[in-house]
Design a protein around this ligand. Structure first.
Ligand SMILES: C[S@@+](CC[C@H](N)C(=O)[O-])C[C@H]1O[C@@H](n2cnc3c(N)ncnc32)[C@H](O)[C@@H]1O
Length: 241
């Protein structure tokens, strides 16, 4: 294995079909300015450093863009106040950073991923001057959630964000377990994914067996679905409204 290759197969951009992950040679590390079609001010865009050196999370993914746009449009004011927010499989932190820049929040947003993504998450927090507002944590699906993301009393987070986390079949059971570990009686998970293979729909079927899963209604939903991108709201089945 070349020295630059990641030790974890799900982070190995060479080990995944190039239909799913663009080849690394096509992309050098760079920083992109994102306003999400003016949902963020032009003079205060999100700065996302992308670098595929440590794995596929080091670039911007389509479901992450859709989930960011949705949150910046429909959860800009009020609804996220006082909420504890955790992003899983955050890559460079796109969605969590977008929320911290463009939505009204008053608690830190935790962006989480595996160890190889940690430095990139940190870099993007600093690039956007979001120290204190966004915190990076290492969180491997299937392992116990870091105590910080559960809060002092070991409660469940209020909001879980997951974008483009369905792409590596061996990780599906771990992802399902992590959703079970994080989704409590009053948690809402916004789960956005791009369907690439039949197996992806098997994951959604298994998720639907375990949780109450509803498609989220929003402008542009039909266009996104034509591109194979679906946004769900996932909650406990026996949740008391
Ligand atoms: C396709 S990327 C999506 C990144 C980001 N959410 C976005 O939409 O731009 C999937 C992310 O899931 C992370 N991931 C994969 N397997 C994981 C695991 N077992 N535990 C934690 N994170 C994992 C990868 O490191 C990667 O950053």
């Amino acid at each position: 294995m070349p020295a630059s290759r990641s030790q974890s197969p799900e982070n190995d951009v060479f080990g995944i079909s190039t239909e799913i992950v663009p080849e690394r040679t096509n992309k050098t590390a760079s920083t992109t300015n994102l306003t999400f079609d003016d949902l963020l001010p032009k003079d205060k865009p999100l700065l996302l450093h992308e670098d595929l050196q440590e794995g596929c999370g080091g670039q911007l993914w389509p479901a992450g863009m859709v989930l960011s746009r949705y949150l910046l449009t429909y959860h800009k004011t009020g609804s996220l106040l006082d909420k504890s927010i955790v992003e899983i499989g955050a890559g460079g932190g796109l969605v969590g950073l977008a929320v911290a820049l463009g939505c009204e929040i008053n608690r830190p947003v935790y962006i989480t991923d595996q160890l190889p993504m940690f430095a990139l998450m940190q870099k993007n927090i600093v690039l956007n001057n979001l120290q204190g507002k966004v915190e990076a944590e290492i969180y491997d699906w299937g392992t116990p959630p870091p105590s910080k993301v559960l809060g002092d009393a070991g409660r469940y987070p209020d909001i879980v964000l997951a974008a483009d986390c369905v792409y590596f079949e061996p990780a599906f059971p771990l992802l399902l377990q992590t959703l079970g570990d994080l989704i409590g009686p009053s948690t809402t998970c916004y789960f956005c994914f791009k369907k690439r293979r039949k197996a992806d729909m098997r994951f959604i079927r298994d998720m639907t067996k375990k949780f109450a899963v509803e498609q989220v209604t929003y402008d542009h939903r039909e266009g996104d679905q034509r591109e194979g991108i679906f946004l769900y709201q996932v909650q406990q089945k026996d949740r008391k409204q």
